[in-house]
Design a protein around this ligand. Sequence first.
Ligand SMILES: C[S@@+](CC[C@H](N)C(=O)[O-])C[C@H]1O[C@@H](n2cnc3c(N)ncnc32)[C@H](O)[C@@H]1O
Length: 248
Amino acid sequence: MTVIAARGARFGGVELSKPKSASDQRAAVAIAALRPSEYTAALIQVLQANAGCVRGAKVLEIGSGSGVVLAALGALGASSLCGIDIEEDAIASGMLLLEELGHGEAAEFHHGDMWSPVGDRRFDLIVANLPHFPMGDGAIPGRLPTWSAGGLDGRRLLDPFLEGLPRHLAPGGRVFITHNAFVGVERSRKIVERLGLAFRIVLTTLVNIPDGKLDRMSAGVRSVEEGRSIHRYGPYAFGEVHVIEIGG
Ligand SMILES: C[S@@+](CC[C@H](N)C(=O)[O-])C[C@H]1O[C@@H](n2cnc3c(N)ncnc32)[C@H](O)[C@@H]1O
């Protein structure tokens, strides 16, 4: 496990906010690859609507990407902000963003896999917008390979995330996650209820699924879900996405 302190962070060895030369291009590409998505927006919308459970909370985000969800949580008054990501560029991006926005002192980032960097620690609020698009390994155009791919059924990270909650959620704590409708919402509900936690859909929205992404969707999921949770209009496709609240 590597823990990187917020102070003195660099992103690809260059100044993030003002790319000036050709040597800054790698950082610029990394920033572009970590840009927030419609899923990110839906998650932030729900967190803003639940500001009461953010204020004063010790927060963890698994898969922190650009750091923008933690930035939103900091703005809503979280007392501490812990981010984990498998990508080093995401760690650097998150640290710089939170520092720029004045949340550097409250922030802590860990480069690592899922729950492993936080041992047995517990948090009042846990959030995640995990890679859970049903597809084999590979990259969606313009993204890193680790951004979306959730294995053929989309649940490669989702299931261990849910199973880890009892060990990491503080008493009375809350969880908010994005959840594609086409990767088995009822399966997630069963897991969460077996763990003794409550499961509630708090937002359902549609997100655009670009061509390069739909082409990579597992054939089995696509054939079942087109016309159900995946809506196609000629060359354009949209998928249903929920934000789920999980609590004690
Ligand atoms: C869909 S993106 C979400 C990023 C950000 N939270 C947002 O909403 O914009 C998923 C993030 O999970 C990270 N990730 C992928 N596999 C991971 C793993 N095994 N452990 C921790 N983070 C992981 C990716 O690097 C990426 O930043």
